[in-house]
Design a protein around this ligand. Structure first.
Ligand SMILES: Nc1ncnc2c1ncn2[C@@H]1O[C@H](COP(=O)(O)OP(=O)(O)O)[C@@H](O)[C@H]1O
Ligand SMILES: [Mg+2]
Length: 269
């Protein structure tokens, strides 16, 4: 039996790196359960360990202590049930948008489905992010926002159990970012995906999250506080601006980040 309230389990995770100056503990004693269908954001100052934690869930790295599970199974490496979207989209520039998505679809479903079915999946994923019209364009011919949409389409096309995103909108201008946040809200409403997303944007975290996981500053960063965002969905950014629950959540995150975890800029070594 899979316990839906513990779809992802993180138990006593430590991540240390070997560096020329010795052992560096990036994360320590991280404990978190993510429920099926939940939207979690990880927020914290630059360098605190957000990407390190996401990479552990993605299975791109293994912890130096503790364990991570997805659907009751230990996470031992990357897998199509945990699709990752990075900030810099990582599309293959010589392939069209269609081909970039098709490649992922093929990897997951080629063994069991016909070419027509694979093409239909690819078309559906591009339609989901509103990019049907750009299917035959190459990454060099489309905007940054569109490239990020292709990255999201590619991830969703694999029908992952969990969508992992590392600052997916971080490199976009404010208006494009807002548009993609709204689109992501609508997509997740439709797909009921379980999402863990890294961000350093307070408004983005409050708008999207069921819970906001706030990390303390490193080294040896850990979860400082977890905030539930009890705002009903569907959420509308214009109406939210004055919603007391929104204002309260936003203030709680800002308090954590700028009062309790006021960032001390490290002098470059
Ligand atoms: N492979 C690595 N080797 C050594 N140190 C690392 C490695 N990856 C990350 N770090 C260090 O771990 C800390 C957390 O990094 P990261 O997870 O990238 O932070 P964030 O994503 O929150 O900005 C930083 O101090 C970073 O320098
Ligand atoms: Mg990062």
């Amino acid at each position: 039996m899979i316990d839906d309230t513990k779809y992802i389990e993180i138990h006593g995770v430590e991540q240390a790196f070997k560096t020329p100056k010795g052992r560096f503990v990036a994360l320590r004693d991280v404990n978190l359960n993510v429920a099926k269908g939940e939207f979690i954001t990880l927020i914290g100052h630059s360098g605190c360990g957000k990407s390190t934690l996401l990479n552990l869930i993605a299975g791109l790295t293994t912890p130096t202590q503790g364990s991570l599970l997805c659907a009751n199974k230990e996470i031992k490496g990357p897998g199509p049930e945990r699709a990752v979207v990075f900030q810099n989209h990582s599309l293959l520039p010589w392939l069209t948008c269609f081909e970039n998505v098709y490649l992922a679809v093929e990897r997951v479903f080629a063994a069991t489905e016909s070419k027509a079915q694979l093409r239909a999946r690819t078309d559906a994923a591009l339609a989901l992010v509103g990019l049907s019209h750009a299917a035959q364009k190459r990454p060099g011919e489309i905007s940054g926002g569109m490239k990020q949409r292709v990255g999201i389409a590619r991830a969703l096309s694999m029908e992952p159990k969990v969508l992992l995103m590392d600052e997916p909108f971080g490199a976009l201008d404010a208006l494009t970012r807002a548009k993609l946040q709204d689109e992501l809200l609508a997509i997740v409403q439709k797909t009921h995906s379980t999402v863990v997303m890294v961000t350093h944007d307070v408004d983005e975290a409050v708008l999207l999250s069921d819970r906001i996981v706030m990390l303390t500053n490193g080294p040896a960063a850990t979860i400082g506080e977890v905030l539930s965002v009890d705002i009903p969905r569907p959420r509308n950014r214009v109406e939210l601006a004055e919603d007391p629950a929104y204002v309260h959540a936003r203030k709680a995150v800002i308090d954590f980040l700028y009062t309790r975890q006021a960032h001390v800029e490290k002098v470059a070594a």
